[in-house]
Design a protein around this ligand. Structure first.
Ligand code: ATP
Ligand code: MG
Length: 623
């Protein structure tokens, strides 16, 4: 997880690649020094043997050997340094100073034994001047340049005054120059000005490059930080949107926001129905005691009013800010700064999300933008969860309403039916043909009403978890299906529909309740007859297939359009072609059928083509 106080760490980290580069340069310098040391020895002996120059062979060879010797030490030292990208390496800086100082001394000795102020080796200083400006800071480069000038001037002075002997290269110069003040001083002047000029030019270039390098490092860190935040925002959005339970949405939001922003705590307060109090809905990282203070009151809290108006508001130092309702409690909890963003839904403010920091001045513009984004996507998730909760409540209310109303309707309808039966049966006296006809129509209507009430009651009770089921027991489906078909022979005859049954000759046992299976199969056969025009066919089969009992109810009826087949098992749904041809129907029969069948481990499928017919297939496990 990202750290909160990035500015310091960013500066610290920006040094790391520079130190890493320094280590690489030192390694490269050590490798070059092997060539330099060997070069001094080889050049000395070549000049002596091939050119016949009379050199101080022994001291120069010793200087070459000395360079190789101390290079062994530097190489070992360097191997012990950990030159990773992970932090500043103070030892690398110390070693770079030591290496340059050692080389300075070696070059001075080399110059001394190759003619002092007359030596062409004087130019070797410039390699190191450039190296020093690359490896060290500008100030140190000037210091080392001063040291080079001092070494050269000291050497020239000591030789000039005779404190140390002058060691000329015999045969190189025909005249002595080291004892000529004008030559010495002018050479020193040009040497010094060239050294200072080189350092100036080189440091200007390197400082410019270093600045750019720092900028690039800072930029890449910003990018990394932005990437981390985007990634965590995406992850938290996923977590928040993966549930519709309001409390879970809020808790995930506070948790992930606090973690991503690296802050002490995060809370969400939701606006109460009165629109005046913001009460705590979720908290992460704060003690319960802190919330004893209660809800925030909008009219007493100017800061909250500002936030609810749509602004992201930072309190950089709670000790000095006057806009808070409970500053003392906040300080006691160790909170020194707060950042608050509004949660705004489609219909207005929902509440606020607030992050807490244990230091003053701890939120940047980036943090503000980030919290605003979290608040935006959080608002959508909260609104969805609220809508879901409202829908659930509505659904529940609807079911309770259906349950109560149908329950209240059931007994009067039952009484009306039995009275009508008494009348149509002639038990209350003879009826005229017209009276009998009217009463029979009334009876059919109340029968339908009774079925509707039963369906609704069953459905509402089932979904509301109020149904008292009989325990399942082994039942034979063969007689149940036979009974259902038998029940429909008269209605089928009335419509001149050929109703046939092909059933297994052996029992087909499954676990369930006979009355419930009867009800489910009855709905399927009733539908088949209802939605098959006169002269059609309805075929019912019941067989054992692949270890299961398989019931099919096929008809040559109106069929079901393919595009609506997915809706058939939804409450109150009726296909448009069914509605157009058969007025009576609630659209509850199939829902109840499926509910019963799935309760006993059965499955229901359908195959249908408009104008050709429909087949419902039910499969139940055999015991
Ligand atoms: P009820 O609740 O009184 O049974 P219903 O028959 O309309 O009313 P369901 O039994 O749930 O309701 O059937 C839902 C819809 O499925 C029907 O309205 C009809 O559109 C379609 N349907 C069901 N069975 C058939 C069938 N055999 N042939 C054609 N359409 C059918
Ligand atoms: Mg039906």
């Amino acid at each position: 997880m990202e750290t909160k106080f990035l500015p310091e760490s960013a500066t610290r980290l920006s040094q790391a690649p520079v130190d890493y580069e320094l280590c690489l340069s030192l390694d490269w310098l050590c490798k070059l020094r092997w060539i330099a040391g060997a070069g001094v020895i080889v050049a000395t002996w070549l000049a002596r043997l091939a050119l016949g120059l009379n050199l101080a062979v022994v001291p120069l060879t010793l200087i070459g050997a000395g360079i190789l010797g101390y290079n062994v030490l530097f190489t070992r030292w360097l191997n012990h340094l950990t030159c990773g990208l992970s932090g500043a390496n103070i030892h690398a800086r110390t070693q770079s100073r030591a290496q340059i100082a050692a080389d300075w001394v070696a070059i001075t000795l080399l110059i001394h034994y190759s003619g002092g102020i007359e030596s062409p080796a004087i130019l070797y200083f410039f390699f190191h001047i450039i190296l020093a400006t690359i490896l060290l800071s500008g100030r140190e480069a000037y210091l080392f340049a001063g040291l080079a000038i001092a070494l050269m001037a000291g050497l020239a002075e000591l030789e000039y005054s005779g404190w140390i002997p002058h060691v000329p290269i015999e045969g190189l110069l025909s005249t002595r120059l080291y004892d000529q003040p004008l030559y010495v001083s002018s050479t020193l002047f040009f040497f010094a000005s060239a050294v200072i000029g080189s350092v100036y030019l080189a440091t200007r270039t390197t400082s410019h490059l270093r600045k750019r390098e720092d900028e690039i490092i800072a930029l890449s860190q910003d990018l990394q930080r932005a990437y981390n935040r985007l990634y965590t925002l995406y992850a938290s959005a996923q977590a928040v949107n993966s549930t519709l339970e309001l409390q879970e949405v809020l808790d995930r939001l506070t948790h992930s926001t606090a973690e991503v922003m690296g802050v002490k705590a995060c809370t969400i307060r939701l606006l109460e129905a009165d629109g005046q109090s913001l009460c705590l809905a979720s908290t992460y990282g704060l003690r319960d005691a802190y919330f004893q203070k209660g809800c925030l009151l909008v009219d007493q809290n100017p800061l909250v009013r500002e936030v609810l108006a749509g602004k992201v508001v930072a309190v950089d130092d709670i000790a000095t800010d006057t806009r808070l309702q409970y500053p003392v409690e906040a300080l006691a909890e160790g909170i020194h700064a707060m950042l608050t963003a509004p949660l705004i839904g489609h219909s207005g403010p929902l509440g606020i999300i607030r992050v807490y920091c244990d230091k003053p001045q701890c939120f940047s513009e980036d943090d503000k933008a980030y919290l605003a984004t979290v608040a935006n996507h959080g608002s959508i998730a909260i609104e969805n969860a609220l809508a879901y909760a409202a829908l659930q409540n509505l659904d529940e209310a609807k079911r309770k309403f259906i349950l109560t109303v149908t329950h209240e309707l059931r007994s009067p309808v039952g009484v009306v039916r039995s009275l009508l039966r008494t009348l149509t049966g002639g038990y209350a006296g003879a009826l005229t043909k017209v009276q009998a006809d009217m009463l029979n129509r009334a009876l059919r209507r109340t029968d339908f009403l009774q079925t509707l009430i039963d369906d609704l009651l069953d459905l509402a009770a089932g979904k509301a978890g109020l149904r008292m089921d009989e325990p399942p027991q082994p039942v034979d489906l063969v007689p149940i299906v036979a009974q259902v078909v038998e029940r429909h022979t008269i209605p089928a005859d009335e419509k001149h529909i050929t109703l046939t049954l092909e059933t297994s000759s052996t029992p087909l046992m499954t676990m369930g309740v006979a009355g419930q299976f009867d009800r489910a199969f009855n709905n399927l056969v009733a539908n088949a007859i209802k939605y098959t025009p006169e002269g059609g066919r309805v075929t019912v089969t019941l067989q054992a297939v692949e270890g299961q009992a398989r019931l099919t109810v096929s008809d040559t009826g109106i069929g079901i359009p393919e595009e609506v087949q997915a809706h058939l098992f939804e409450e109150f749904y009726r296909a448009p072609n069914a509605k157009a041809q058969v007025k009576e129907g609630t659209g509850l029969g199939l829902v109840i059928t499926k509910d019963i069948l799935t309760r006993y481990g059965c499955m229901i499928r359908l195959k249908s083509a408009v104008g050709k017919g429909t087949t419902f297939t039910v499969t139940c496990p055999l015991t």
